[in-house]
Ligand binder design. Structure first.
Ligand code: 5GP
Ligand code: ZN
Length: 114
């Protein structure tokens, strides 16, 4: 059932506070937190609080709110260079079945870490 799926979902547990995370931004409808295995310093994830596995499961009005938060994070981190990534399905490298947007800063070479 959809409820059992959400109960087993690691990001739903993070949203509920059952699993700790380093939160970067939160409102009633979405949460941004640091990725536990960052590809670079500041690698962040933005997720809707309502469970949906893929982009195609998320209502439009919920999606509309996500990119401005991605933008806010990139601005706050002063990330001049960064990638926004959103994977759907195993063959597209989705590991966590709760829709999420990656914001991955690309550090200047002199700064190291990628
Ligand atoms: P995907 O490959 O599904 O697009 O990315 C899933 C991301 O979630 C990975 O970058 C992974 O490091 C991150 N992740 C998985 N489990 C946890 C967790 O428990 N906490 C946090 N903060 N990130 C997680
Ligand atoms: Zn979930």
């Amino acid at each position: 059932t959809p409820h059992a799926m959400a109960a087993a979902c690691i990001f739903c547990k993070i949203i509920k506070g059952d699993i700790p995370s380093f939160k970067l931004f939160e409102n009633e409808r979405l949460l941004a937190f640091l990725d536990i295995q960052p590809l670079s310093l500041g690698h962040a994830l933005v997720v809707p609080k309502h469970h949906g596995a893929k982009l195609t499961d998320i209502p439009d009005d919920s999606l509309t709110e996500i990119l401005p938060v991605v933008k806010k994070l990139a601005t706050a981190m002063d990330a001049e260079n960064f990638n926004v990534l959103q994977n759907n399905g195993r063959l597209a490298h989705q590991e966590v079945d709760h829709v999420h947007f990656h914001m991955i800063p690309k550090p200047n070479q002199a700064e190291g870490l990628g």
